[in-house]
Design a protein around this ligand. Structure first.
Ligand SMILES: C[S@@+](CC[C@H](N)C(=O)[O-])C[C@H]1O[C@@H](n2cnc3c(N)ncnc32)[C@H](O)[C@@H]1O
Length: 340
């Protein structure tokens, strides 16, 4: 029987090459506030495009593109959110994940436009390029951008945080510290799911009020406190478990190794280090998001890069950890656990 050999076709190439059209349409819809507007109820075309300030030339194309992409629904002339966009893209809801999309729209989209230059020079293409200081210093100088960035981190990490809070054997431990805690979503999820635990969030001083507000809103401020400081200038706060989410990928190898050593020093024998990121698969051929996140670290940092589970386990062993294991979390994220 003749074997059917599929002919090569350019579909996936063209789809990926022009995928930024769909991304930018969604990013502009978040920027304009389409889903927050429609969270109040379905609206007719004229009223909606008027309230959003859309020019008549392209208003219907724009809204119908969102329908075709599955982010809006339309019944006759009336537009409404889908259950997903209503829950996750309405700025007024605590389930809002638009923080990362707002940051992608304002910062990453224009910066990624210079990826070719970054690949040729090895230089970051963000605020640092136009003479700004480090990414965090530049962002944190502006309270609105600080709040936006920290909320974006909660949005991108929330799924992994919920899983770590439920999957890791917390009954063996009493205390934890989340290094580079940002708004504190991981620390809060761990504290909420494990009432026997006490913990700290450790981060740069500017982050304190945003963390404390978030912990108080979750009702865990009695068991969760903020410790201000820089991990370049001091030892890490002591705890049974040290956690680092999207921290190591920001830095070059010597800094990654320094943070590993400091984590090792901060925990007792039997204590644990949890590192989580979009850990690249050891064969470096499947986790496209993890690999692109590493390209994002090229765009955003002077020396940061993402890595495989085997890389991380090796650095942990070099730092003295006696055993390591890699566990999947959600989506592209995994955690690497080192036991002292
Ligand atoms: C990419 S964010 C990750 C936030 C959070 N852990 C997560 O996974 O969503 C990196 C965090 O590291 C913090 N950070 C940067 N430099 C630091 C330093 N020198 N000492 C302590 N924290 C620092 C930033 O303020 C930020 O909250």
């Amino acid at each position: 029987m003749e074997r059917c050999v599929s002919q090569p076709n350019p579909e996936k190439i063209l789809q990926t090459g022009l995928a930024f059209w769909a991304s930018k349409t969604l990013l502009s819809a978040v920027e304009i506030g389409v889903f927050t507007e429609l969270a109040q109820g379905a609206e007719g075309f004229e009223a909606l495009s008027g309230r959003l300030g859309l020019h008549a030339r392209s208003a219907r194309d724009f809204l119908d593109t969102l329908v075709a992409l599955g982010f809006l629904q339309r019944d006759g002339d009336r537009y409404s959110n889908t259950p997903e966009t209503d829950l996750f893209l309405d700025r007024r809801k605590p389930s809002y994940v638009g923080g990362i999309l707002e940051m992608a729209n304002a910062r990453l989209y224009p910066f990624w436009g210079h990826l070719t230059e970054a690949l040729r020079t090895g230089q970051p293409q963000n605020e640092v390029k136009s003479g700004g200081t480090g990414m965090f210093e530049t962002l944190y100088a502006d309270p609105a951008r600080l709040k936006g960035f920290l909320a974006a981190m909660s949005a991108i990490s929330h799924g992994a945080n919920m899983t770590i809070a439920r999957k890791f054997p917390w009954s063996n431990y009493k205390t934890f510290v989340d290094v580079g805690t940002a708004q504190g979503d991981l620390a809060v999820q761990v504290a909420v799911a494990n009432p026997h635990l006490r913990g700290n969030g450790f981060d740069l001083p500017e982050v304190a009020p945003i963390f404390e507000e978030y912990a108080a809103a979750a009702g865990v401020a009695d068991r969760l406190s903020f410790i201000p400081g820089s991990f370049f200038d001091r030892d890490l706060p002591k705890a049974d478990v040290v956690m680092m989410g999207h921290i190591l990928h920001d830095w070059d190898l010597p800094t990654k190794q320094m943070l590993m050593r400091k984590a090792y020093e901060a925990i007792p024998t039997g204590g644990a280090l949890i590192v989580y990121e979009a850990i690249i698969d050891d064969d470096r051929s499947k986790n496209a998001f993890g690999l692109m996140m590493s390209l994002n670290m090229l765009i955003e940092t002077p020396g940061g890069f993402d890595y495989t589970g085997a890389d991380c386990a090796g650095w942990m062993k070099d730092a003295g950890f006696s055993s390591t294991r890699v566990e999947p979390l959600v989506g592209p994220d995994s955690m690497v656990i080192g036991i002292k």
